[in-house]
Ligand binder design. Structure first.
Ligand SMILES: Cc1ncc(COP(=O)(O)O)c(C=O)c1O
Length: 382
């Protein structure tokens, strides 16, 4: 066989064709030196010292071989206890390499070629990518910009067809910072009742809320796969500790098998140290993060109003707000101008058509940096 001919005819498998890094990453990679980062959703608060010390001790003093594929039992038990309404055994939890792995695994385990998956518009771009990798079709339900991106049951219901295999919800939301209410979930459960549709609930920001603790979709709908982790609430993005939790043994077993073949297990050092993630110290650190981000969100939204005369959505959780730049111009162009003046933002269109005309702004920044960022935005935009 002539090797050059074989090479010339190679095509990526269909599931990989057209997949690109997200616009979030693309803008971040192009940041000029000394940029203010309103772009990435990465906590800037330090990882709590007691977790660092525990991980260092474990690395130094203990042998750290593989764990069982779904994770160490004590950790799975602690995670299962986060969902008392499900009365989950530890076997209902698989510990993964960040919630991103749990998400990809969950999509692969419930979507077949040609299945429709309902995704919020706007939402985290990985859902679209995961749907395509699983060879499903993304179908978007609008979270209308004119109601500050609130959930709309009629819109959701109108997208359900016999081809729908799964639907995604996220609360608190990336990119909008909005939280789904108990009533939203009740309405979803009612709409999905008897359809067999899987609900994939991204709860990675569930510990970062500024009012009442958000509900889990799993309180309302049985066929829910919870996707969550420690990255955001304890500033542990690089530690790679996430999980999938689900009351259905067949589904969680499938996720466990796929996880075993993709990553075997997440870092043993991370898993052991994460046993402290629900200690009193950890709960205090989460509470501190909530207070800091709530304060920063309010500070930034006020600053946008006073300095730029622009409205941003009021954050209810996570660390994002959506800045309405429709009076200035196209969001891609506005984000580009900001980038050239050393401010990284993300154009709304990165998250879906509904967010066109908005910038997603992350407030993982000190007030001093945010003030400088808004000053630079004013200089480049007004
Ligand atoms: C909505 C959402 N889900 C999941 C993730 C993945 O986070 P991790 O894999 O660090 O848990 C992110 C990270 O930015 C996110 O914003």
């Amino acid at each position: 066989m002539d090797a050059t001919v074989e090479k010339a005819t190679f095509q990526l498998p269909r599931r990989m064709r057209g997949l690109q890094p997200t616009l979030i990453r693309q803008f971040f990679e192009r940041a000029l030196p000394d940029s203010i980062n309103f772009g990435l959703g990465e906590p800037d608060l330090p990882t709590p010292q007691f977790l660092r010390d525990e991980a260092a001790r474990i690395a130094r003093d203990e042998q750290n071989g593989y764990t069982s594929h779904p994770g160490i039992p004590a950790l799975r038990t602690k995670i299962a206890e986060q969902y008392p309404h499900l009365n989950l055994p530890m076997t209902g939890v698989v510990v993964t390499c960040g919630s991103q792995e749990a998400m990809t695994d969950a999509f692969m385990c419930c979507i077949d070629e040609g299945d429709d998956v309902l995704l919020p518009d706007p939402s985290f771009p990985a859902y679209d990518a995961c749907t395509r990798i699983a060879q499903g079709n993304p179908v978007y339900y609008r979270m209308p910009a004119d109601t500050e991106f609130a959930f709309d049951i009629e819109e959701f219901r109108s997208k359900i067809t016999p081809k729908t295999k799964a639907a995604v919800v996220i609360s608190p939301s990336n990119p909008t910072g909005k939280i789904m209410t108990a009533n939203d979930y009740r309405q979803i459960a009612e709409a999905l009742d008897g359809t067999g549709i899987w609900l994939l609930s991204d709860e990675i920001y569930s510990d970062l809320y500024f009012g009442e603790r958000p509900h889990s979709a799993s309180e309302f709908y049985e066929r829910t796969i919870i996707i969550s982790g420690l990255s955001k609430s304890l500033s542990m993005t690089g530690w790679r500790l996430g999980w999938a939790a689900c009351a259905d043994p067949e589904m969680i077993n499938a996720i466990q098998v796929l996880h075993g073949f993709t990553t075997v297990c997440t870092s043993t050092i991370t898993q052991k140290a994460s046993l402290l993630a629900w200690s009193e110290e950890a709960e205090a650190a989460k509470q501190y993060a909530r207070e800091v981000y709530a304060q920063r969100g309010k500070f930034l939204v006020d600053l946008f109003a006073t300095e730029l005369g622009l409205k941003a959505t009021s954050p209810e959780g996570a660390f994002y707000t959506m800045l309405d730049v429709r009076s200035i111009g196209d969001d891609l162009e506005v984000a580009e101008k900001c980038l050239q003046n050393h401010v990284v933002t993300v154009p709304g269109v990165a998250f879906g058509q509904e967010a066109k005309g908005f910038l997603r702004i992350s407030f993982c920044n000190t007030e001093e940096k945010m003030t400088e960022g808004v000053r630079r935005m004013k200089e480049s935009l007004l």
